[in-house]
Design a protein around this ligand. Structure first.
Ligand SMILES: C[S@@+](CC[C@H](N)C(=O)[O-])C[C@H]1O[C@@H](n2cnc3c(N)ncnc32)[C@H](O)[C@@H]1O
Length: 282
């Protein structure tokens, strides 16, 4: 049964050890290696960044009065961006306490007109009980962190008004995913790639979604890791000033791992849209 539990002890137990990496996701290392070079300084902890969010805003004609829910809101940048650019109201759900604290700090710095349309709540997206209905649910680079993406997708379905849309981007199982790549993605980041596109579409259909559309956006993942790889070289000195030699070595190793896995399409990056049927759908 979904719940709105805010018991911090219970909530932090729900995160695997690998989620610790997000404790520092607002720090200097991420800015130097990711946010600056990949996202023009915006704190998107994802691969697709503003291009994805702009496409969502355009496709769903986001505007004033629209209610949006972001599952796994991290630093809060996706919420800040969508609210600032498209005038919508947005709620971000995040489990990691450091991320949430950072998002709330940045929230206080927003212009009042945007601030009042953004809120962040602590919750586990696998069990969260929606407090209202939403026009659009968004999840970026998050579902592959779940034990079972079906739980969070069921929460998304419950949160949507009839006729409302879901859109997510995430890492999927590629053509021939080896045990080595699967095991390494889990070991590094607690990532369990979603099933191949047809099977993910079937899961969505099983949960009651219709109008399911998958778009392969793997080139965005390749571009992202190429840029990070370049930044780790070009900005090596500055980055090494803000991390340990072990951390730097790990960033280099994991960046090459993901770059290679996406180039060879053992991993793919996909954008899905789906709709909760309207009451009058035949
Ligand atoms: C890769 S980050 C993406 C953050 C944000 N969506 C973005 O695009 O910038 C994934 C986020 O999911 C959060 N997360 C992981 N498991 C969660 C759960 N069960 N409930 C809520 N948040 C979770 C992590 O703490 C992390 O902040």
């Amino acid at each position: 049964m979904p719940s709105n539990s805010t018991d911090p002890g219970r909530l932090s137990e729900a995160l695997p050890a690998q989620n610790k990496i997000y404790d520092t996701a607002a720090g200097a290392l991420w800015h130097l290696a990711v946010y600056g070079p990949v996202h023009e300084g915006r704190e998107f902890t994802n691969m697709a960044g503003a291009a994805l969010l702009d496409s969502i805003g355009t496709e769903f004609r986001l505007g004033a009065g629209h209610r949006v829910l972001e599952l796994c809101s991290g630093t809060g940048e996706v919420c800040r961006y969508l609210a600032g650019r498209f005038d919508c109201q947005i709620t971000g759900i995040e489990l990691n306490a450091s991320q949430l604290e950072h998002a709330r700090t940045k929230h206080r710095q927003l212009p009042a007109s945007v601030q009042k349309r953004v809120r962040y709540l602590r919750g586990d997206v696998n069990t969260w009980m929606p407090d209202r209905s939403y026009d659009l649910v968004v999840a970026v680079d998050s579902l592959a962190l779940m034990n079972d993406p079906g739980d969070a997708l069921a929460v998304a379905h419950a949160a949507l008004r009839p006729g409302g849309h879901l859109v997510f981007a995430d890492i999927l199982t590629g053509r021939e995913l080896s045990d080595r790549v699967r095991g390494t993605a889990w070991e590094y980041d607690g990532i369990r790639p979603l099933p191949q596109p047809a099977d993910t579409a079937e899961l969505l259909s099983h949960l009651g979604f219709v109008d399911i559309v998958h778009t392969d956006i793997s080139t965005a993942a390749v571009d992202c890791f190429r840029i990070i790889s370049g930044a780790l070289t070009v900005r090596q000195r500055a980055i090494q000033d803000v991390c340990t030699p072990e951390e730097y070595a790990h960033w280099c190793e994991s960046t090459e791992f993901y770059l290679d896995s996406f180039v060879r399409r053992e991993l793919s990056y996909g954008r899905f849209t789906a709709r909760r049927p309207a009451q009058d759908d035949s």
